[in-house]
Structures are given as structure tokens and as C-alpha cells.
Design a binder for this molecule. Structure first.
Ligand code: 6GU
Length: 246
């Protein structure tokens, strides 16, 4: 997989060298490119923004540098953009989740377009749709100053799904949001007793059936408490009788 980042803050992407993507790049599984958008701004001040038509607060990112940047990174990645997906990170995008991470992990080439200021001229997104697949993605219902941190989060969620990436494939399957649609059950390790707090007896029992039932019950309890929106009937339809307090 090839990953390109278009940003006016390339320094934000230094952590790519340290974390999962850095290791994947070292192993040859990933090809990473971080590009300063100002490289495609040709005036003396390397201007990438301007005032909004129609008035209003803040600045809007100008279209021309984006157009040139796409032309260059799409041809450097695959051939023309037919095998590329341009990801705009924006608070007005579709909500990012594990399903979307899985979908993006099947792509050959992702180009992250990180907006700043009040957004990018709409014609850039319209143009991008004509030269590649486009996804507009939001991390959630809160506002960041720019799309860089979101692009890093999306990258880490996607890269760890690549075949031959994580050492232990089974640990991927068991995690929250991966299967079953429940949050993860609590986990414990040694020592058995710490600061007057003991590991639950069932985990020391050696009874694998009892452990599995306890973990499932804890996952359901946690999910009901923290994320009741995830508790759809299909998630609970595992043969567990639903008992309601009356
Ligand atoms: Cl993807 N970008 C920005 N600027 N803010 C966000 C976001 C993205 N997701 C949540 N808030």
C-alpha cells in the first residue's frame, strides 16, 4: 500500500516514523510520502488560502495548489488515480469506524488531503471525485484545528489491518469493534493482588467455559453502560437470554 499526505504542516507526520506505519515502511509493506502543499503554491508568499466568497469568518484553502498536488501524487502512486482513494479529513465527513478502516485497508493507494482554516474550496473535492475515488471522513463530533491528527488516526487504524502486518492475527479479531460488536472485557495480569485489589477468581479457575461466559457478560455490561447505541438485537443474539429487571 502507498500512503501520501498533503498538508501545510508536514512536521505533524514525524510520528509515522516511530509507530506501526514506520515499522511497516521499514519492512517494505508501506510506501509513505509526506508533502508540503506549499510546494504547489507559486507566489512569493506561497499562499494556500484566501477570503471566502460570500463573506464570513476565517480563510478558505485555494483550489490551485490542491489541483497540482493531486496531479503529481496520483501519477507517482499508481497510474492515473484509477487505483487511488483521496481521503479528505473534515469534521463534515462521514464518521470513521472499524468498518471504514477495513474498507480502506483494501485500497492500493490512499492520498490524505488535510485541510486547515475553515475548509477547502468545494471545487477541489468535486474535481477529486473525477480523478479518483473520494472519501470525506470525520473522526467524530468535535472540532480539531486541522485534518492532520485525524489522518494519523485513520492511518494507524488502516495499517494494522494489512495482511502480514501485526504479528498475531488472532489478537486483531478479539478486539473491540472487530467482532461481536461489543466493547472489550476488562483484562488482568500479575500480580494476583495489588493495592488490596484482587484479580476476579473466575480468571484463576482454569474453567475455560466459565471464563468465556464471564468475559462475554462483562463485555455486554460495559457496552450497555458506556455505548448502549452498540447494543443492537443482532449483537446480543448469541443465545444469551435477555433478562430485564421489572
Ligand atoms: Cl477529520 N478534521 C477536523 N478538522 N476536525 C475533526 C475531524 C477531522 N474529525 C473530528 N473533528
Amino acid at each position: 500500500m502507498r500512503l501520501d499526505y498533503l498538508t501545510i504542516f508536514p512536521d505533524f507526520f514525524a510520528p509515522l516514523e516511530l509507530s506501526l506505519p514506520g515499522k511497516a515502511a521499514a519492512s517494505g509493506l508501506l510506501d509513505l510520502g509526506v508533502h508540503d502543499l506549499r510546494r504547489w503554491a507559486h507566489d512569493r508568499h506561497r499562499t494556500v488560502d484566501d477570503t471566502p466568497y460570500g463573506g464570513g469568518a476565517g480563510m478558505v484553502m485555494k483550489p490551485e495548489p490542491w489541483g497540482e498536488a493531486f496531479a503529481e501524487v496520483l501519477s507517482a502512486g499508481s497510474d492515473t488515480g484509477e487505483r487511488s482513494t483521496i481521503v479528505f479529513t473534515t469534521p463534515s465527513g462521514e464518521r470513521f469506524d472499524q468498518r471504514l478502516a477495513e474498507e480502506l485497508s483494501t485500497r492500493e493507494h490512499l492520498v490524505f488531503a488535510c485541510g486547515r482554516y475553515e475548509g477547502i474550496d468545494q471545487r477541489v473535492i468535486d474535481h477529486a471525485r473525477e480523478i479518483a475515488e473520494v472519501r470525506e471522513i470525520s473522526l467524530g463530533d468535535y472540532v480539531l484545528n486541522g485534518g492532520e491528527v485525524a489522518a494519523l488516526a485513520v492511518t494507524e487504524a488502516v495499517v494494522r489491518l494489512l495482511p502480514g502486518f501485526m504479528g498475531n492475527a488472532a489478537s486483531l479479531v478479539e478486539e473491540s469493534h472487530a467482532e461481536g460488536g461489543l466493547l472489550e472485557y476488562p483484562v488482568y495480569t500479575k500480580p494476583r493482588s495489588w493495592e488490596g485489589r484482587d484479580v476476579p477468581d473466575v480468571l484463576l479457575s482454569g474453567d475455560h467455559g466459565a471464563i468465556a461466559r464471564w468475559r462475554h457478560a462483562e463485555a455486554v455490561r460495559r457496552t450497555a453502560e458506556r455505548r448502549p447505541d452498540l447494543l443492537t438485537p443482532s449483537v446480543l443474539d448469541d443465545g444469551t437470554p435477555i433478562v430485564r429487571a421489572v
